[in-house]
Design a protein. Structure first.
Ligand SMILES: CC(C)(COP(=O)(O)OP(=O)(O)OC[C@H]1O[C@@H](n2cnc3c(N)ncnc32)[C@H](O)[C@@H]1OP(=O)(O)O)[C@@H](O)C(=O)NCCC(=O)NCCS
Length: 177
């Protein structure tokens, strides 16, 4: 994997806006195929077509918080999070509400230098409650290892006959301590 010559120190984090939508779509095209293609190429295609298109980001920016990481003027990573009750998806297995990190994606050329960890820390500091939830696709071992190392544990698994399982992870946050 290529490493950024600039290092994580030159990465800046800021709030994402509608102006970032083209860069976010481009980021998806760089990171989704190598992430999900080896698990299930059709799933990778579906992810791009469904979740990395301008209309989805415009809808998400209206209800979720977005962070982008930049090196110079290039968006190299992003995270988004918000309440499950405000999602456009249905979650029949969930009762009550959850704070969910919906996306955490780092461009392949910039992975492994601490950007994902920085974004995750920022998200954890910004959520209101004392738990953070997220979904990982069964087979995304790099992400599982990353999240386990950052204190997340598997809670439940949503099985779909057609696609890989969604595995829900949760981390207790030490808010107010
Ligand atoms: C999972 C992901 C968000 C992690 O972000 P990242 O910036 O690569 O992660 P970091 O550099 O902050 O931390 C990676 C950890 O793995 C280690 N690591 C070592 N070699 C690595 C490598 N080649 N690539 C990535 N991480 C490596 C790092 O040292 C670090 O461990 P540490 O915290 O104990 O030091 C990122 O790899 C990614 O975007 N993956 C593809 C998309 C994805 O799966 N997103 C999650 C969807 S649920």
């Amino acid at each position: 994997m290529a490493r950024s010559p600039s290092g994580a120190a030159l990465v800046t984090l800021r709030t994402g806006t509608l102006d970032d939508v083209p860069a976010l779509v481009a980021l998806g095209h760089a990171v989704v195929p190598p992430t999900y293609g080896p698990i299930d190429a059709a799933y990778a295609r579906r992810m791009l077509d469904e979740w990395w298109v301008p209309a989805r980001f415009e809808a998400s920016l209206a209800v979720n918080a977005h962070l982008v990481a930049e090196v110079g003027a290039e968006v190299v990573a992003m995270a988004s999070f918000g309440r499950l009750s405000r999602s456009h998806r249905d979650f029949p297995h969930v009762t009550g509400d959850r704070e969910v990190m919906w996306k955490l994606y780092v461009h392949p050329d910039h992975q492994g230098i601490g950007i994902g960890s920085r974004l995750l820390s920022e998200v954890e500091a910004m959520v209101e409650g004392d738990q953070l939830w997220l979904e990982v696709v069964d087979g995304n071992e790099q992400a599982f290892a990353f999240y386990r190392a950052h204190g997340f544990a598997e809670v439940e698994r949503v099985t779909d006959r057609e696609w890989p399982d969604d595995v829900w992870l949760r981390k207790p946050l030490a808010k107010g301590l």
